[in-house]
Design a protein around this ligand. Structure first.
Ligand code: TYD
Length: 240
C-alpha cells in the first residue's frame, strides 16, 4: 500500500492556522483523501495529558523540560496515530509538529538547535514501531544476528509544511480578548519574534518541504494561498 501524505501546519499563536485547517481538510476530503486530522502537542490520550502539563499557566519549567515533554508526546502520537495512518495510505493533516519545538523551545526558549536535533533522532528514530511491526522475540533475534530490524525504526517526516507567517504584533492583536491565553500565548512579543525567526531558519534548512503563507493578507487570500500549495502538488483539484 502506498504511504499516505503527511501535511503539517505551523505558525505563531494567532497566525490563523487553525481557522484555515478546516478549509484544507474539507478540500482534501472532497478530493477523495481518507483524512486524519490531529494536533500537537496531543493527538493521543497520553499526549493530551502531556499537553496539559506543558501549557498550563503557572506551571513553570525550563526550555529543555518543555522540549522533552513535547518529544515524549510526539513519540506517542507518531507511534499510535500518525505512522499507522500513513501506512494505511491515509492523509494526515497535523496542526503543529517538530518544527514547533525548534521554533518555540529552540527560538523562543533558547534550547540549542543541536540538542533538539539529537532529541528528534532519539524520540522519533529509535525503534519507533517496536512491538507493533514485529514482536520482541524476533527483534532480539535480529539484533543478535547483528541485523537492523527491517525499516521499523524511523518515524515519517512531513511531506509538506504550511507556515502561516504573521508579524507578532498583528498576531497579538488578533488574539486579544479571543480567549484566556495559555502559557505560551502569554509570552511577550520578543518571544514570538524569536519563534518566528526560528521558523524562518527551519524553512531555510529545508526549503522544499516548506511553503510560507503570508498570513497578514485578508482571510480569503490566505485560504487561497494555502489551497494553492495543495493544488500545485496535484493533491486537490483546481477548484479546491
Ligand atoms: P496551538 O496549536 O496554538 O493550540 P491552540 O490553538 O489550541 O492554542 O498549540 C499550543 C501551544 O503549544 C502553542 O503556543 C505552541 C506550543 N508548542 C510548543 O511550544 N512546542 C511544540 O513542540 C508544540 C507542538 C507546540
Amino acid at each position: 500500500m502506498k504511504q499516505g501524505l503527511f501535511i503539517t501546519l505551523e505558525g505563531i499563536d494567532g497566525a490563523g492556522k487553525s481557522t484555515h485547517a478546516q478549509a484544507l481538510a474539507e478540500a482534501l476530503q472532497a478530493a477523495g483523501h481518507a483524512l486524519v486530522r490531529t494536533r500537537e502537542p496531543g493527538g493521543t490520550p497520553l499526549a493530551e495529558r502531556l499537553r496539559g502539563l506543558a501549557l498550563e499557566q503557572g506551571q513553570e519549567m525550563d526550555g529543555m523540560t518543555e522540549a522533552l515533554l513535547m518529544f515524549a508526546a510526539r513519540r506517542d502520537h507518531v507511534r499510535a496515530v500518525i505512522a499507522p495512518a500513513l501506512a494505511q495510505g491515509r492523509t494526515v493533516l497535523c496542526d503543529r509538529f517538530t518544527d514547533a519545538t525548534f521554533a518555540y523551545q529552540g527560538g523562543g526558549r533558547g534550547v540549542s538547535w543541536q540538542a533538539l536535533a539529537q532529541l528528534e533522532q532519539i524520540a522519533l528514530d529509535h525503534d519507533l514501531m517496536h512491538g507493533q511491526m514485529h514482536n520482541g522475540a524476533s527483534h532480539k533475534a535480529n539484533n543478535e544476528r547483528g541485523a537492523e530490524p527491517a525499516d521499523c525504526g524511523q518515524a515519517p517526516r512531513p511531506d509538506l509544511t504550511l507556515w502561516f507567517d504573521l508579524p507578532p504584533p498583528q498576531a497579538a492583536r488578533r488574539l486579544q480578548g479571543a480567549r484566556l491565553p495559555d502559557r505560551f500565548e502569554a509570552q511577550p512579543l520578543a518571544f514570538f519574534e524569536a519563534v518566528r525567526s526560528a521558523y524562518a531558519r527551519r524553512m531555510a534548512e529545508d526549503a522544499r518541504r516548506f511553503v510560507r503563507i503570508d498570513a497578514a493578507q485578508p482571510a480569503p487570500a490566505v485560504r487561497r494561498a494555502a489551497l494553492a500549495a495543495l493544488q500545485e502538488r496535484g493533491w486537490i483539484g483546481p477548484a479546491g
